[in-house]
Design a protein around this ligand. Structure first.
Ligand code: DON
Length: 540
C-alpha cells in the first residue's frame, strides 16, 4: 500500500507520451493504448471510457430533452432546484458516448472495440473504491438508495439490512457496465442510442415521471466548435468556447492578471490576489447573462469579445484598491472528471466530461450499469436561482428543447512563445474549474513550477455568491490574509459546500486538476493529477 501511494504521488514521465486522468486505472488504460501504437486521441478515449467505470461517471455533458420547458423546475410558483439535481427531470440527453466514438473515428488510429476494452476489463475484474468514492456516496446516500439498481451496484447492505456506503478498499465489480461497454465497442454508438440500452434509459426515466424519449437519444449529434484563443505573457492559450463559460473565464482572467506583477515583493503578492478575486467576481457576474449560443443570438461574439486585451483593460480599470461588494456588481434580482493525453508525435487531448453531481441523477437504467446525469441542474432552474455550484443564470440559460446547459468546464491547451505545445490541462470542480485552471497556468508560467506542484498549490476562489473568498487549507500566509481583509475581502477557509450540501465535498480542497506538461528542454511528457485527491499519471 505504501509503495502504491508513493508511486501515485509522483508524476509519470516519458519521452514517448503520457496520460493524466482523474483515476490511476484510467490513466493506465490510456497508456496501454499508447503502448499498442494508438495516438493521444485513442488514449484519451480509452481513459474516458475507463473513467466511466472507476469514477462512476459515464455520460458527459447532456442536451435538454425535446420536452424541456423554461419553467419545468417551477412548481406552484416555487423554483425547485432539488428536481434538477436528483431524479428523472434532472436527466439531460447523454451525449459523451457519441463524442468519444466520433473523436476516435476522425482522429484516432484504433478501432473503438480496442478503446472500450480496458474499461470493460476493469468493470469485469473490479477495482477497489477510494476514500473519495466513499465520501461522495455517503453524501448522496439517500439519492442512491432510492434507485434499486444504483443501490445494488454502488452501496452495500448493512447489518440492519439498510443500504449504506461501501468502505474504502471494497471491490466494485460491474458486469452490466462491462456488457454495455462491450456493446458500444462492437457495434458503435448506435448500441447506446438505439435498441436495448436506449429503451432501458427511456423506461428508467419515464417510469419515474421524466421526459427523456427515444427520439431525444436518436437525435444526439456531435457539434464541432472553434475554440477560444488568447495569450498569457506570450504563451498561447487554446480553450473551450460556449456553451461552456469555463474557457472565456480562463482567458479573460489571465488577460487581466497579465497587467499585474506576479512576483511583486515575493511569491503570491497580495495585490495580485486582490486583482484575481476582483476579476473573478466581475467575470462570474458576466457569466450570469450567457447561455447556449444556438439559442442566444450574438452570444458567441459577445463572449469572444470578452477575451480580448482591450476588454481586459476596461475591466482592469474598474478594479480599485478595495474589494467591491458583489451587490454592486450584479443587478438586483463531483460528477466531473478529466483526461489529458499527449503522445510521442505531439498530438494532445484535453477532455473534460461530466454527469454534474457525483453519481449524477442516481438513476441506473436496468441492466445497463451506468448512471444517468443530472446535467439539467446546469440550466437556470428559475432566473437568479442558484444551482448546485452556487451559480445563478437567467433566461439566456433557461431549459429549452435541444438546448445545451451552460457549463464551467475548461479543457485547455497551452503553447510556448515559439509555438511548441507545453500543456494539456483541465479539472473538475463545478464553478471552481476555470479559476483552478487559470491558477495552475499562473504557477507554471509565472512561478516556473513543475506541473505536479502547480496543480496541487492551495487555491483561492470567489464564486460571486456568497460574497466571500474561499481559501483552501494553507492557502494564504497570515500577512497576506490580513492585507486582503484590510481591502474589504471576507475570507472563508477550507471551503464549504454551496447550497444544501453537507460537509465533506468542498471541505478541504476543490477541483481535481489533471495535466500533461511537455518539458521544453527534453520533450519529456509529464503526467500528473492533483495529488491531494486520487488521480494519476501513466506512461506507455
Ligand atoms: O459542466 C459543469 O460546469 C458542471 N456540470 C460541472 C460539475 C462538476 O465539475 C462536478 N465535479 N466536481
Amino acid at each position: 500500500m505504501w509503495m502504491l501511494t508513493l508511486l501515485l504521488a509522483f508524476p509519470a514521465v516519458s519521452p514517448r507520451g503520457a496520460v493524466a486522468a482523474a483515476h490511476p486505472l484510467a490513466a493506465e488504460a490510456g497508456a496501454s493504448i499508447l503502448r499498442r501504437g494508438g495516438n493521444a486521441v485513442d488514449a484519451a478515449v480509452a481513459a474516458a471510457f475507463a473513467l466511466g467505470v472507476v469514477e462512476s461517471r459515464s455520460s458527459g455533458i447532456g442536451v435538454a430533452p425535446l420536452a424541456a420547458r423554461p419553467d419545468m423546475f417551477v412548481v406552484d410558483g416555487q423554483p425547485r432546484q432539488d428536481l434538477a439535481n436528483s431524479g428523472p427531470l434532472g436527466v439531460a440527453v447523454p451525449a459523451a458516448v457519441k463524442g468519444y466514438a466520433e473523436l476516435a473515428k476522425r482522429f484516432g488510429k484504433k478501432p473503438l472495440s480496442q478503446l472500450t476494452s480496458p474499461a470493460e476489463q476493469i468493470a469485469l475484474r473490479g477495482y477497489q473504491v477510494s476514500i473519495s468514492f466513499v465520501q461522495s456516496s455517503q453524501h448522496r446516500l439517500d439519492c442512491l438508495a432510492a434507485d434499486p439498481e444504483a443501490a445494488r451496484i454502488f452501496l452495500r447492505k448493512g447489518e440492519d439490512g439498510e443500504y449504506e456506503a461501501r468502505e474504502p478498499g471494497d471491490k466494485l465489480i460491474q458486469p452490466d457496465l462491462a456488457r454495455t461497454l462491450h456493446a458500444i465497442g462492437e457495434k458503435g454508438p448506435d448500441a447506446f442510442y438505439k435498441g436495448r440500452i436506449a429503451r432501458s434509459m427511456v423506461e428508467a426515466v419515464a417510469s419515474r415521471g421524466g421526459i427523456l424519449s427515444l427520439q431525444d437519444l436518436a437525435r444526439v449529434q456531435v457539434r464541432e466548435r472553434r475554440p477560444i484563443e488568447s495569450t498569457y505573457r506570450g504563451y498561447r492559450i487554446v480553450t473551450m468556447p460556449l456553451p461552456s463559460s469555463g474557457g472565456f473565464i480562463v482567458s479573460a482572467l489571465l488577460n487581466l492578471l497579465e497587467r499585474e506583477d506576479p512576483r511583486a515583493g515575493g511569491y503570491r503578492p497580495e495585490r495580485f490576489l486582490h486583482v484575481m478575486i476582483e476579476a473573478e467576481k466581475r467575470l462570474l457576474a458576466l457569466r450570469q447573462k450567457i447561455g447556449d449560443p444556438d439559442f442566444n443570438p450574438g452570444a458567441e461574439e459577445r463572449v469572444r469579445g470578452m477575451t480580448t486585451k482591450e476588454f481586459a483593460g476596461e475591466l482592469w480599470k474598474q478594479i480599485g484598491d478595495r474589494a467591491t461588494p458583489v451587490a454592486q456588481l450584479v443587478q438586483a434580482e463531483h460528477g466531473t472528471t478529466h483526461v489529458s493525453a499527449v503522445d510521442e508525435e505531439g498530438n494532445a487531448v484535453a477532455l473534460t466530461t461530466t454527469v454534474n453531481d457525483g453519481f449524477g441523477s442516481c438513476i441506473v437504467p436496468k441492466g445497463t450499469g451506468f448512471l444517468l446525469n443530472d446535467q439539467m441542474d446546469d440550466f437556470a432552474v428559475a432566473p437568479g436561482v442558484a444551482n448546485t455550484y452556487g451559480l445563478r443564470s437567467g433566461s439566456e440559460n433557461a431549459p429549452a428543447p435541444g438546448k445545451i446547459p451552460l457549463s464551467s468546464m475548461a479543457p485547455t491547451l497551452m503553447f510556448g512563445p515559439d509555438g511548441s505545445l507545453l500543456l494539456a490541462i483541465g479539472s473538475s470542480g463545478g464553478a471552481t474549474i476555470p479559476t483552478t485552471v487559470a491558477q495552475a497556468i499562473i504557477h507554471i508560467v509565472d512561478d516556473r513550477m513543475p506541473v505536479d506542484r502547480a496543480i496541487a498549490q492551495p487555491r483561492l476562489h470567489h464564486n460571486l455568491f456568497p460574497d466571500v473568498v474561499r481559501v483552501e487549507p494553507n492557502g494564504l500566509e497570515a500577512a497576506t490574509a490580513r492585507a486582503l481583509e484590510q481591502r474589504g475581502h471576507q475570507l472563508q477557509y477550507g471551503g464549504e459546500r454551496f447550497q444544501d450540501h453537507g460537509p465533506g465535498f468542498f471541505d478541504t480542497v476543490w477541483g481535481k486538476a489533471c495535466a500533461v506538461q511537455i518539458e521544453p528542454d527534453t520533450g519529456w511528457r509529464v503526467a500528473a493529477c492533483d495529488f491531494r485527491e486520487d488521480g494519476g499519471g501513466a506512461i506507455p
